[in-house]
Design a protein around this ligand. Structure first.
Ligand code: FDA
Length: 309
């Protein structure tokens, strides 16, 4: 009960810009996200990716930013992503990028968003890299999938994320599986109503496994994004039963979360990709991580107080 209330509270806080301003403007609070965010600069993110690569893990870089309906801000965010893709190439890193379309002006419309995305997908194409499009809350699902499909129709190597809590997801995955689209499956991180999304943990988990199985059958190289050992065990067992090799999927986890599990999977010969967020706009990302696991709030507070005293 308390966990549910805290989850709702943190998700509510994640959308409060005044709270973000307070957190970003307070030196003590600015240190909060260090466990889950690789730093505020590209140099710090590159250092984190180098370390992950040295430990046998791939990465996907997220340049943290606000959703915007201002074209100039969206273009600036796109420029930061182009710089990130260029840097991945020059440093020879095993990494790609993950992008939220709300940051790329999705609220201005699909056409504007495609225009903002153009330099990013061009940079990725120049370097033969892949671009992941993150999935946000349900009002954006159709538009996000439309942008992905239009970019793919133009020959770009991009793939979406599908959230297993949404009732619509089996139909979306069916289409993506038929086209062998490289898709990430996650449970879903936003507050969605019962008409649109499963509310019970078991239903979300069963849906997660079923969606991963469909993509594995279709040989669509799914990204299995979870820290839940039960999900990992069930998807791994399905792959083994069907003779699907470890090179036909990857497990994906968030920076700073379940590093023990990341290590164990690499040791067992699985591909593991770590989602590495960086940048000054860490506040909403950090709040969503607290919502997933309210115990993180205690953990972070304890380490801050410890360092402070
Ligand atoms: P679950 O929440 O059931 O937790 C299982 C265990 O994992 C916990 O007991 C705990 O040990 C650990 N754990 C989980 N979250 C933790 C946290 N924040 N801190 C510490 N430990 C934690 N969502 C979305 O809506 N759109 C997206 O595009 C993405 N993208 C994405 C990429 C990647 C690589 C990952 C791993 C996740 C996402 N997500 C996402 C988030 C996802 O939807 C989901 O909210 C979280 O992964 C939490 O669900 P789990 O399946 O990990 O397990």
């Amino acid at each position: 009960m308390l966990a549910v209330a805290l989850r709702v509270l943190f998700l509510w806080l994640s959308n409060r810009r005044w709270m973000a301003r307070v957190a970003l403007g307070t030196p003590f609070l600015r240190r909060m996200p260090l466990r889950f965010v690789a730093g505020t600069t590209l140099d710090q993110a590159v250092a984190a990716v180098r370390e992950l690569n040295a430990r046998g893990r791939s990465a996907t870089l997220d340049v943290l930013g606000e959703s915007t309906d201002d074209r100039d801000s969206a273009d600036r965010a796109a420029t930061a992503y182009v710089a990130t893709i260029e840097r991945i190439a020059t440093e020879g890193l095993d990494a790609n990028v993950s992008i939220k379309l709300s940051q790329m002006g999705l609220d201005l419309g699909v056409e504007e968003c495609l225009a903002v995305m153009a330099p990013i997908v061009a940079a990725a194409a120049r370097h033969g890299n892949f671009v992941r499009i993150d999935m946000e809350s349900s009002p954006t699902t159709d538009r996000t999938l439309e942008v992905v499909s239009r970019l793919r129709a133009d020959g770009h190597d991009v793939g979406p994320v599908i959230q297993s809590y949404l009732h619509r997801s089996p139909a979306d995955v069916e289409r993506l599986a038929t086209e062998h689209v490289r898709t990430r499956i996650c449970k879903g991180a936003y507050a969605e109503p019962p008409e649109l999304a499963h509310q019970e943990r078991e239903a979300v988990g069963d849906a997660f496994v079923a969606l991963c199985q469909r993509l594995l059958e279709a040989d669509a190289y799914p990204g299995i994004a979870t820290h839940d050992p039960e999900m990992i065990q069930r998807v791994g067992a399905f792959a083994r039963r069907h003779g699907i090799g470890k090179d036909r999927l990857e497990f994906q986890m968030l920076y700073g979360v379940r590093r023990d599990l990341q290590r164990r999977l690499v040791a067992r010969g699985y591909r593991v990709r770590v989602y590495v967020p960086f940048g000054t706009e860490w506040y909403p990302y950090f709040m969503r991580r607290l919502a997933e696991r309210p115990a993180n709030a205690l953990f972070v507070l304890r380490s801050l107080v410890g360092e402070h005293s």
